[in-house]
Design a binder for this molecule. Structure first.
Ligand SMILES: Nc1nc2c(ncn2[C@@H]2O[C@H](COP(=O)(O)OP(=O)(O)OP(=O)(O)O)[C@@H](O)[C@H]2O)c(=O)[nH]1
Length: 783
């Protein structure tokens, strides 16, 4: 089970279509330095597919001796340069041998070069330079020429299959090179701090293998998947469909009341009597125009942002509920922002208009001030004054929705297409098994059809509407409860029709394999980071130990303030503490919304992580997982069975129950805050100024220094924790070793008194230093 965030980042919001290829994903396991190296290697591979500089004689097929490792064109250039030099020297020799030898010429070693000889040598050197330039020109021309005659045969690459991930040590075995040699090679290639157990992904490993003359491939046969159909452009295939509406607004402004009213009206006005059940969506037939509207049954709430976002993705129209007695509130603004971002048109329902203190005109004015072009002020956004309680204006609201949907000209392809739709809600129902509310987006859902959503699929066994009536077919914008899912699909997932069961199974296996790989890559990233940081820490410790041997403490190093030792002093850099949570909720929409709200809360020091979220009360498996991971279990809108509570208590696992999401988030925030290291505040209790420094000879005849001070503030006591500051800079921290007043040892000295202070071994005080007695206080920190 993965957190929705993780999975979403792999599959995108609408399925696998938006998911990047695995080659791209694997990049996420690399550090910036690794990536830079990888790019270098990639470009190198593009330029020179055979990087091993072995040259082979085309006839003999044997490697040439001599300039081993030097490319052929360079070798011929060197040979020809040698020839020019040899010829030049010969020319000079010939020229001067022909001349009769003078005395001075007899001793060729010591003789001076004559002007003639100098000229001749100059000529040769010019000839040599010209030749060199020409040779290099022709060499680079040859290099550029596509028809360059082959002077060497490229050694064929040796095919190699690599696993998705492998250690440096594994790779050395596969490449048949010594571990040490591979590490040296990696260093040459620019990989920093490589160790035998560093895990490489297949792409990096393949590029390294290429350096050794191997053509590596990875066996990844996970490409089969289902995708959304392209938009239908054939007008005759498009049929009008009901608008899908989401109700949003601030807490307590009456969203649920309005939805309840609409639901009830659907019973009164619908063809079927009886109560409606919560299935995540329901349809209403308008009383006047007899048109259908589909309402998503997910009233807004700040913490349900994610669910709402999905609502708006599926949604054609947002009904923004604003209480007439409360006007625009934070979540009203948030809903406006969200609807605007998703480009979904808004209808404003000013609710609670039955109340005596209702002030709908203020609401209209406030909304206008928040970028809503209300029709009252000549804009396009319809405003309806309603009361969810009395039913006032509710028919007008429905008709406004129909008017807007007609303007929007909502249509969908029903025939000649595979079925597609959204999972709105999912739940395990006693006697029915895994059920999900499915909102058809295109095509027709029928009994027996196969739908894949995320990593699960179903062969539609039974389809029911919100009144419990069994349906045979459901067209676009129809919400239906679908029974027959193998596992619970997650709310918000896109369901796509597969032509048969075999394809559905194959698609799911592939999706899971890819997720597994992605997860593996993430784990590996963590392992590598951990190993690298262990290595850094070990190096740090070694350095500190070496310095300690030389008599330098961290305090001393701090005083040096040298760049070289900066990382040693960087003690504040800590690993981020991850606080894990397991979410259990009544419905998947809630569990996911909670996960989305709390996953990743925190800062660089402490962060929350949702291990997984599931529907239904906590189980024994959750307790086991929480025990091993140290996770806290949240049960939302659920009753945890007594035996599970007892088991959790016995094993020290916390199960926390909530039914208000704000409180749950608050608890997570408190938990994270409790783990933040408190700030340390230094409070100076007393201080003394060093007025003179005396040298005293002790009993063992050793000389030591005493600071002669005057107490300027508070009381200084023996053994007090002190700091010495010079020009406002703290230079030493320790304890008072000995305290004297005149010649006597004293326990304390008060403000205005003179005293002699010894700080034990530390004796570097100077006149003018301040000795401050201080106390460290812990100050709690907040997120
Ligand atoms: N007088 C009056 N009271 C209303 C009206 N609509 C809702 N209420 C009351 O307002 C309170 C909140 O209503 P809900 O429907 O629960 O509000 P909500 O927006 O769904 O609240 P959350 O789900 O917490 O976000 C309840 O006590 C309702 O009875 C209305 O039109 N008139």
């Amino acid at each position: 089970m993965y957190s929705i965030k993780t999975v979403r980042s792999v599959i995108g919001t609408t399925g696998w279509l938006k998911r990047p290829c695995f080659g791209c994903n694997s990049a996420s396991i690399r550090t910036a330095a690794d990536l830079a190296m990888l790019n270098k290697l990639r470009s190198k591979k593009r330029i020179n597919r055979n990087p091993l500089p072995t040259t082979v004689d085309p006839q003999k097929g044997q490697p040439e001796t001599g300039n081993k490792g030097v490319p052929p064109h360079t070798q011929s250039k060197i040979a020809s340069e040698h020839k020019v030099v040899r010829n030049g020297v010969k020319k000079v020799e010939d020229k001067f041998q022909k001349k009769p030898h003078s005395k001075s010429q007899g001793n060729s070693r010591s003789r001076k070069i004559s002007k003639e000889e100098e000229k001749a040598l100059k000529e040769i050197s010019t000839e040599f330079e010209t030749h060199r330039t020409e040779a290099s020109k022709s060499a680079s021309k040859k290099k550029r020429s596509p028809n360059k005659p082959k002077t060497a045969v490229e050694r064929p690459k040796i095919p190699l299959t690599l696993p998705s991930f492998l250690t440096v040590s594994n790779l050395s075995t596969i490449l048949r090179v010594r571990n040490e040699d591979l590490l040296t090679k990696l260093k040459e290639l620019g990989f920093e701090n490589m160790t035998y157990n560093y895990i490489l992904d297949s792409e990096t490993a393949a590029l390294i293998a290429d350096e050794y003359g191997f053509e590596a491939t990875t066996n990844d046969n996970t490409s089969v998947d289902l995708f959304e159909q392209p938009e239908c452009t054939e007008q005759k295939l498009l049929v009008p469909r009901a608008p899908v509406v989401t109700i949003m607004g601030h807490v307590d402004h009456g969203k649920t009341t309005i939805l309840d009213y609409l639901r009830k009206s659907s019973i009164v006005n619908g063809e079927f009597g009886g109560i409606t059940q919560h299935i995540g969506a329901f349809s209403v037939k308008t009383p006047k125009t007899k048109k259908m509207i589909t309402f998503l049954d997910t009233p807004g709430h700040a913490a349900f942002l994610k669910m709402r976002q999905r609502g708006a993705d599926v949604t054609d129209i947002v009904v923004l509920v604003v209480a007439a007695d409360d006007s625009v509130m934070p979540q009203t603004k948030e809903a406006i922002k969200h609807a605007k971002n998703s480009g979904v048109p808004i209808i404003v329902a000013i609710n609670k208009c039955d109340k005596p203190d209702a002030n709908p005109d203020k609401v209209v004015a406030d909304l206008a001030g928040h970028d809503i072009d209300v029709e009252d002020y000549g804009g396009e956004t319809q405003v309806v004054r309603v009361s969810g309680k009395t039913g006032l204006g509710m028919e007008d609201l429905e008709e406004s929705i129909i008017t807007l949907s007609e303007v929007l000209d909502l249509k969908a392809q029903e025939s000649k297409t595979l079925c597609e739709g959204w999972v709105i809600e999912s739940e395990m129902k006693k006697g029915l098994g895994n059920t999900a509310t499915f909102l058809v987006r295109r095509g027709v859902l029928e009994r027996g059809k196969i739908i894949v959503a995320g990593n699960t699929w179903c062969k539609v066994k039974i389809m029911k509407d919100e009144h419990g009536k069994v349906l045979k077919k459901a067209g676009p914008s129809t919400p239906v409860e679908v029974i027959g899912w193998k596992d619970l699909p997650e709310a918000g997932q896109l369901g796509l029709e597969a032509k048969d069961e075999a394809l559905a199974k194959k698609v799911i296996l592939n999706r899971m394999a890819r997720e597994e790989k992605f997860k593996e890559a993430q784990d590996i990233e963590k392992i590598n980071e951990m190993r690298q940081s262990e290595l850094r820490e070990a190096n740090k410790r070694q350095k500190i130990e070496e310095l300690a041997k030389n008599g330098l403490s961290l305090e001393d190093i701090r005083k040096l303030d040298s760049e070289e030792y900066k990382d040693l002093l960087d003690e504040t850099k800590q690993e981020c503490e991850i606080v894990p949570f397991i979410i259990r909720a009544d419905v998947s929409g809630s569990s996911e919304a909670i996960a989305e709200s709390i996953d990743g809360l925190g800062n660089d020091e402490v962060k929350s992580k949702v291990l997984y979220q599931e529907v239904g009360p906590p189980t024994e498996t959750d307790i086991e997982r929480a025990e091993t991971s140290g996770a806290i279990i949240f049960a939302f809108n659920l009753k945890t069975p007594k035996d599970i509570i007892l088991k959790a208590e016995r094993r020290g696992v916390h199960i926390k129950s909530h039914n208000v999401i704000y409180h749950l988030i608050e608890e997570v925030t408190h938990e994270l805050q409790s783990r933040l290291k408190p700030d340390i505040k230094v409070e100076v209790l007393a201080s003394a100024k060093v007025r003179a420094v005396f040298s005293i000879t002790g009993k063992n005849k050793k000389e030591f220094k005493i600071a002669g001070c005057k107490v300027s503030q508070g009381i200084i006591k023996r053994n007090s924790q002190i700091q010495v500051t010079r020009n406002g800079q703290m230079i030493y921290r320790g304890h008072i070793d000995a305290l004297k007043h005149e010649r006597d040892d004293v326990a304390e000295v008060k403000k205005g008194m003179d005293c002699g202070v010894s700080l034990g071994r530390w004796q570097n005080f100077e006149e003018g230093d301040d000795i401050e007695v201080y106390e460290e206080k812990e100050v709690p920190r907040y997120l």
